[in-house]
Ligand binder design. Structure first.
Ligand code: NAD
Ligand code: DAU
Length: 393
């Protein structure tokens, strides 16, 4: 029986992670969700999970020392998994301060609380304990593109048997982020995540705190807040609204289905070597403009195939085509390409991103078509004024 304290689990990846571990471990896990419920946190994303006796919720800021210390004193927590963060690059450009407060100082507070709660009289830590920092490939900075179009990715021979039949892996370049790549963040968001990573690793070196850091590429899937590219596209398409593409849509991201990411985190918690960083990526690079076209095509196809989905379309379905695309002013300092080499976690822990992109996208579009109440509830209120400011500037 393991007790997980999961911060930020009313947000996108965190809520999928809690869903994943409760399914994978059943009543062999106990979960305490800690979340401040910022604009990005929604209790509705975990409401069904909270009905189980082994899952509870505490509304709390990760920077609140007394509250976190009390939680750790009252519960024998094995794993702290820190998802809580300000996570949107565009918001970090217009308002960087909260990114330092939450991502840097909040993480440092969690580390200190864990250190004092877990340390044994001889200065060591029980073997069952671990602090896992959920980080991002953005800490490595930006890569260049070597090819205009994606090319097939050649897997190393020893990884091929683990690929689980996947043949769709692709890349836009020859270079990749390795765990040994020097950090080189370029936005206030990625700078704050880098600072947090360095603190986590420093607490391991200095105090011996048992830690891991995972650095992941762009996630997509259910419960994704529609300020990020893929859910924003789906939501706009269903309303017949323009699809804002920064610059010329040439930037490349490596996309990972969220459930594959959750499996990776759980494996690192259980078997990751202490003090190590693990890159987690999808072997799936795509340019933004290709993503936009794929999402348009997928929405158009699914609503044609299933008349029930027509009920949630708020525009003339004939308008769902590439004419919705609108090229807009680029993001300042926009990173050109992210590409992760996840070979370390594949080799050491036997993990592989098994969801092919077309299947993951189809599942994500279906989820959005079938959960319009969730989307409506998270896009009421503040979301409207954010959208006005961000896209009508
Ligand atoms: P999200 O914005 O959807 O969710 C963040 C959650 O943290 C929200 O529930 C919010 O209420 C909570 N939160 C924010 N500030 C808090 C505070 N001070 N105290 C407690 N809770 C607070 O983010 P996400 O996309 O789910 O990302 C989760 C983590 O994964 C982040 O650390 C992010 O940097 C990292 N990450 C995200 C991606 C991605 O593609 N989304 C990729 C790699 C890494
Ligand atoms: O790489 C991991 C990171 O992925 C995470 O650390 C971040 O938390 C997460 O938000 C994500 O960052 P990105 O900036 O890559 O994601 P976003 O969805 O904001 O943008 C994806 C790409 O799409 C990026 O090149 C910018 C572009 N974009 C985005 C939006 C919101 C557009 O062209 N138009 C848009 O409206």
């Amino acid at each position: 029986m393991k007790t997980y304290l999961v911060t930020g689990a009313a947000g996108f990846i965190g809520c999928n992670f809690v869903r994943y571990i409760m399914q994978a471990h059943g009543d062999q896990c106990r979960v305490i969700v800690v979340d401040a419920l910022t604009y990005a946190g929604n209790l509705g994303s975990i409401a069904d999970l909270l009905e189980h006796d082994n899952c509870s919720f505490v509304k709390c800021d990760i920077g609140d020392h007394d509250a976190i210390a009390k939680l750790l004193a009252e519960n024998d927590v094995d794993y702290i998994v820190n998802f809580a963060a300000e996570s949107h690059v565009d918001r970090s450009i217009t308002g960087p301060r909260i990114f330092v407060e939450t991502n840097v100082l909040g993480t440092q507070n969690l580390l200190d609380c864990a250190r004092f709660a877990w340390r044994l009289p001889d200065g060591s830590y029980p073997e069952s304990k671990k602090f896992l920092q959920v980080s991002t490939d953005e800490v490595y900075g930006s890569l260049s593109k070597d090819f205009e179009q994606a090319e097939p990715l050649a897997l190393d021979d020893d990884l091929k048997p683990l690929a689980d039949g996947r043949t769709d892996m692709k890349t836009y370049g020859r270079n990749f982020f390795e765990e040994t790549t020097p950090v080189s963040p370029r936005s206030p968001y990625s700078a704050s995540k880098t600072a947090a990573d360095l603190l986590v690793l420093a607490y391991h070196e200095t105090y011996g705190l048992p830690v891991n850091v995972t650095r992941c590429s762009n996630n997509y899937g259910p419960y994704h807040f529609p300020e990020k590219l893929i859910p924003l596209l789906i939501n706009n398409i269903l309303q017949g609204k323009k699809l804002p593409v920064y610059g010329r849509g040439e930037n490349v991201r490596d996309w990972l289905y969220v459930e594959d990411h959750c499996r990776a985190i759980d494996l690192v918690l259980q078997r990751g070597r202490l003090g190590e960083v693990y890159n987690v990526g999808g072997f799936n690079e795509e340019s933004n403009i290709n993503i936009v076209r794929l999402v348009i095509d997928t929405v158009a196809r699914l609503i044609k195939e299933n008349p029930d989905y027509m009920k949630v379309v708020e525009c003339d379905p004939a308008l769902i085509n590439d004419n919705l695309i609108e090229f807009v002013t680029d993001r300042p300092g926009h990173d050109m390409r992210y590409a992760i080499n996840p070979s370390k976690i594949v080799r050491e822990l036997g993990w592989f991103p098994t969801t092919p992109f077309t299947r993951g996208i189809e599942h994500t579009v279906r989820w959005n078509l079938e959960h319009r109440d969730w989307v409506k509830s998270v896009t009421s209120g503040d979301y409207q004024s954010y959208y006005e400011k961000q896209y009508n500037r």
